[in-house]
Design a binder for this molecule. Structure first.
Ligand SMILES: *Cc1c(COP(=O)(O)O)cnc(C)c1O
Length: 384
């Protein structure tokens, strides 16, 4: 079988090409232009925040948030260990140290009940990552932060337009960060943004993003800044993506629902939990594999799917176990059993708008075939 199903694929079937051509013809291809302004205005509206600030990627968005909040060498920042490396790398970029906290098995996001144990005199803030499209429990995180005088950042890279208690992510803390990498919900290839309500902080972040230039005095630089700008070309793509946000989300939700329906019958496959107050952003469909019940490990399943031409992605390796962080984590005696277990057992399945129902059925059938304890295969055979 030669069919190949990638794990992610951008949907560029709207006005992406038209708007890029328009930007080129206008000659506004660099870091200012009408698409950038339009994107920042629309994105702030979607996050229900006073401002949105475009930047060149999601890692830089976190870096800018930490710079804007004044994080300094020697500070500590509390982060989950079950996240993409960028969350902790950005903490290191400002000379601070990430301190890892375990995740809640009911949300896969940082466990608010474990945050206080990790707070020291050096702690300055908490990054609540909205992992796998699921919002972190922001009310509890914000409460702990308020009690201890800390700021909170939402790393919303994987959860654009997710909702927490009916409110969109992005305006639930001091500042939120987003990614528009090629596999994210909306993409410009590379790209990122911040959303926030604090005008002073927004001004600081804009200055830092643009080489530190004084907004009122061109080519005067009061601070050391960075070139972390996004291009108008990339913003043109993002404007087209946002136009089609409802269609993109609707198709991805259908795919999630079909996976849920077909995989809930396979022994040993566990679905991603969704808290009663959460509305998932349909980013990557992810399940857990219980080795005993399924009759095979996550990695064995991944290999079976690869043989059938289906690409998958394993869950993140816990950051506290990776070379840049493991010695410090060991010294702090961090013990993160939920993170370790989820990292070893969960797998991301193909999720993108052009994926057909037949392909989802084929993927689920292949998973079911790989299960040694399977029952009632007929429904897959018939559909596939
Ligand atoms: C993708 C991602 C980022 C980084 O985004 P880039 O645009 O790739 O730099 C940060 N945090 C999380 C949780 C992510 O998934």
């Amino acid at each position: 079988m030669t069919i190949h199903i990638p794990v992610a694929q951008p949907d560029l079937t709207g006005n992406e090409e038209n708007y890029v051509v328009d930007a080129i013809r206008s000659t506004w291809i660099s870091s200012s232009g009408a698409y950038l302004q339009r994107f920042e205005t629309e994105f702030a509206g979607l996050c229900d925040t006073r401002s949105a600030i475009a930047c060149c990627n999601g890692t830089v968005a976190i870096h800018l948030a930490l710079l804007g909040l004044g994080v300094r060498p020697g500070d500590e920042v509390i982060v989950p260990s079950l996240t993409y490396i960028a969350t902790a790398n950005a903490v290191r970029y400002v000379g601070a140290e990430p301190v890892f906290v375990d995740v809640d098995p009911n949300t896969w996001c940082i466990d608010p009940a474990r945050i206080e144990d990790a707070i020291t005199r050096r702690t300055r803030g908490i990054i609540g990552v909205h992992l796998m499209g699921h919002p972190a429990d922001m009310d509890r995180i914000n409460h702990i932060a308020a009690v201890h005088g800390l700021w909170v950042v939402e790393d919303a890279a994987e959860a654009t337009l997710a909702k927490y208690k009916g409110r969109p992510v992005g305006g639930l803390s001091s500042v939120a960060t987003f990614s528009f990498f090629g596999n994210k919900l909306f993409t410009s290839g590379e790209g990122g943004a911040l959303s926030l309500n604090d005008d002073q902080l927004a001004t600081r972040i804009r200055i830092l993003r643009g080489q530190g230039m004084d907004p009122d005095r061109r080519y005067y630089f009061p601070v050391t800044g960075y070139n972390f700008r996004l291009t108008n070309l990339a913003a043109a793509i993002l404007c087209a993506q946002l136009e089609r946000r409802d269609a993109i989300i609707e198709r991805r939700r259908e795919i999630f629902a079909l996976y849920n329906r077909l995989l809930s019958q396979v022994p040993g496959i566990g679905l991603q939990p969704v808290a009663p107050w959460a509305e998932l952003s349909p980013w990557m469909y992810c399940v857990t594999v219980d080795e005993d019940q399924f009759g095979g490990t996550r990695d064995e399943l991944s290999a079976k799917l690869a043989e059938a031409g289906i690409d998958t992605r394993p869950m993140f390796i816990p950051l506290h176990s990776l070379p840049p962080f493991r010695e410090e984590s060991r010294q702090r005696r961090e013990h993160l059993p939920i993170t370790d277990a989820l990292s070893q057992t969960s797998i991301m399945l193909p999720t993108f708008t052009q994926l057909t129902d037949d392909q989802v059925t084929f993927i689920c059938g292949t998973i079911s075939d790989a299960c040694r304890n399977r029952v009632g295969l007929s429904q897959f055979r018939r559909a596939a």
